[in-house]
Each structure stands twice: as structure tokens, then as C-alpha cells.
Design a protein around this ligand. Structure first.
Ligand code: FES
Length: 124
């Protein structure tokens, strides 16, 4: 079974909001490398994506760190060229990468904790 790494409590992410995290992922060489992710919540469901825009590989909140939503707060918006993505599918529905998806990461909610799995994180 894959290891679970606790990221936060599910209730720490407001419904309809997005939180960004920087984890340290173990490279095949064993070297730790920063891995930026974001977690969205819609009701009881959480969704995780890499914080990388499929348009040009930029950090989605690169021009506005920590702010992932459009001005109405309904969608994930790339701060670089304005592509917009659904919170629960990660699909771009408007912008220069329309039809492409954010890279999804595997999450598990375990007793209220949001955990990432399917990756190897570097230990402290
Ligand atoms: S890098 Fe995100 S829309 Fe261009």
C-alpha cells in the first residue's frame, strides 16, 4: 500500500477555496526537490493538482502568490495569462490552454486529514 502523507485538516480549506502547499518530493537520485501543489474543496470532496499551468508550465499563482481563484472566486485562474480551470476537474474551459487539464495528484481523506499518496516525499 502507498504511504499517506498528511498535508492538512480538510476543514482548514474553506468550501470552494484553494490552498497552496510546497512539499519536498524525493527525486530518483534521492535529492529533495520542492513540489508545489494546491488542494481545492467542494463540499465533502477535495481535489489536488500540481501548481503548474498546462499552458507554459508557470506556477498558477506566480504573479499573485497564494491567490488561485478568479475575481468572482468560482474558478482556478492562472495569474500569468488568465486561463480558467474547474475546481473539481482541473479542466481549462477558457484561455490559451482550453481543453487541457491541470496535473491531478492523488489525495485521500483519512479521519479528517487530507493526505497525498502515490508519491515519495523527502523526509525532514
Ligand atoms: S501560463 Fe497559465 S495561462 Fe499562460
Amino acid at each position: 500500500m502507498n504511504e499517506l502523507y498528511v498535508i492538512c485538516r480538510a476543514i482548514q480549506i474553506e468550501d470552494g477555496q484553494v490552498s497552496g502547499f510546497t512539499l519536498m518530493r524525493a527525486e530518483p537520485t534521492g535529492e529533495p526537490k520542492p513540489w508545489r501543489i494546491m488542494i481545492t474543496r467542494k463540499g465533502a470532496n477535495v481535489y489536488g493538482y500540481e501548481n503548474v499551468c498546462p499552458h507554459q508550465g508557470e506556477r498558477l499563482d506566480g504573479n499573485n502568490p497564494g491567490n488561485f481563484l478568479d475575481e468572482d472566486g468560482n474558478f482556478i485562474a492562472c495569474s500569468v495569462h488568465g486561463a480558467m480551470f474547474d475546481l473539481d476537474s482541473g479542466e481549462c474551459f477558457i484561455g490559451p490552454c482550453k481543453g487541457k487539464n491541470l496535473s491531478q495528484i492523488q489525495l485521500v481523506v483519512d479521519d479528517g486529514d487530507v493526505c497525498v499518496t502515490g508519491v515519495e516525499l523527502a523526509e525532514d
